[in-house]
Design a protein around this ligand. Structure first.
Ligand SMILES: [Zn+2]
Length: 305
């Protein structure tokens, strides 16, 4: 069996909040409970989304929470050459074509709503219409179903051409898409297991499709429930989710374990981060994880649990 290599890959758009910490802790415990490595990658590809100082704050926060990673931190902003190579390989296969459509053009031309925005109807497959200029490069998709078995959520199946459409790999401003970057980085880091939030489950088939075109291995996927607030909104910078408090790291780890269906004894939570994390590593059990895509964190205290 191949040695387990997992990872956590936050976007440095702000400090870690409860929701992002769930993905950090879940991926960490899944890796460590199997004697695996746990790597850290900073997904800082898209400059407008990057908040200055946030990457450093994330590293410090993970250390405060006792979540120590293996090896060097990978920053996606330094990896353009690897992404460009992958894009060139897809171009050589004639799988990539230039598109001159703006977001508005796609909205107007789309025939279907799609699960991740309007489905691109293939406007530029045979060339950019007159009067438009190249804005992006898209990958040709088809309707052969992409299927995988999520380790928590079960079978997932998508027909990319019908449900997503040809998707963007590169934008004219020089930004590579999350999908191609993620696939190239996971492969170059030898990642065997991806554990992340279920808000990304619909993007997994796009990534598997790219892995197949690029002849890269497909890791095992496990998509954890995403923490939502009382209004059902994902906790994020946009919903003003507050940063996790490093001063009460053990208490937060206790709440995260409960959110993930685990019940640490009070003495584990009272013993500090190392104690509760080692309890988590010993007791991590995939069967206990809630098989949900979205869930609200329990807001009460241990006493009334
Ligand atoms: Zn187009």
């Amino acid at each position: 069996m191949k040695a387990y290599r997992g990872r956590f890959a936050p976007t440095p758009s702000g400090p870690l909040h409860f929701g992002s910490m769930v993905a950090a802790v879940g991926s960490y415990l899944d890796a460590r409970s199997r004697g695996g490595d746990w790597l850290l990658r900073i997904d800082d590809l898209d400059p407008p989304r990057v908040m200055p100082g946030a990457a450093d704050a994330i590293l410090r926060c993970l250390e405060d929470f006792g979540l120590h990673w293996n090896g060097e931190v990978v920053f996606q902003s330094t990896r353009s050459e690897a992404y460009r190579d992958a894009l060139e390989r897809l171009r050589a296969q004639k799988r990539v074509y230039p598109c001159g459509c703006s977001r508005k053009d796609v909205e107007e031309a789309a025939m279907a709503a799609g699960m991740d925005g309007p489905v691109y109807p293939g406007t530029c497959r045979n060339g950019i219409p007159p009067g438009r200029e190249m804005r992006s490069l898209r990958v040709l998709t088809d309707n052969n179903p992409v299927e995988f078995e999520d380790r928590l959520q079960g079978p997932v199946r998508q027909q990319l051409a019908a449900e997503i459409g040809d998707f963007v790999l590169w934008r004219i401003d020089g930004i590579f898409s999350y999908h191609i970057a993620c696939v190239v980085d996971d492969a170059d880091s030898g990642i065997t297991h991806v554990v992340r939030g279920a808000d990304l489950i619909d993007s997994a088939p796009r990534q598997i499709y790219l892995q197949r075109l690029l002849r890269l291995p497909t890791p095992e996927y496990l998509h954890l429930p995403v923490a939502v607030n009382a209004d059902g909104e994902k906790l994020s910078k946009q919903t003003l989710a507050s940063a996790v408090d490093s001063g009460n790291a053990a208490g937060t780890l206790d709440r995260i374990l409960q959110f993930l269906g685990h019940t640490p004894p009070p003495e584990a939570a009272d013993g500090g981060v190392e104690t509760i994390l080692s309890w988590g590593i010993r007791n991590w059990n995939r069967e206990l994880l809630p098989r949900l895509r979205f869930a609200a964190p329990y807001s009460g205290t241990r006493a009334d649990r």
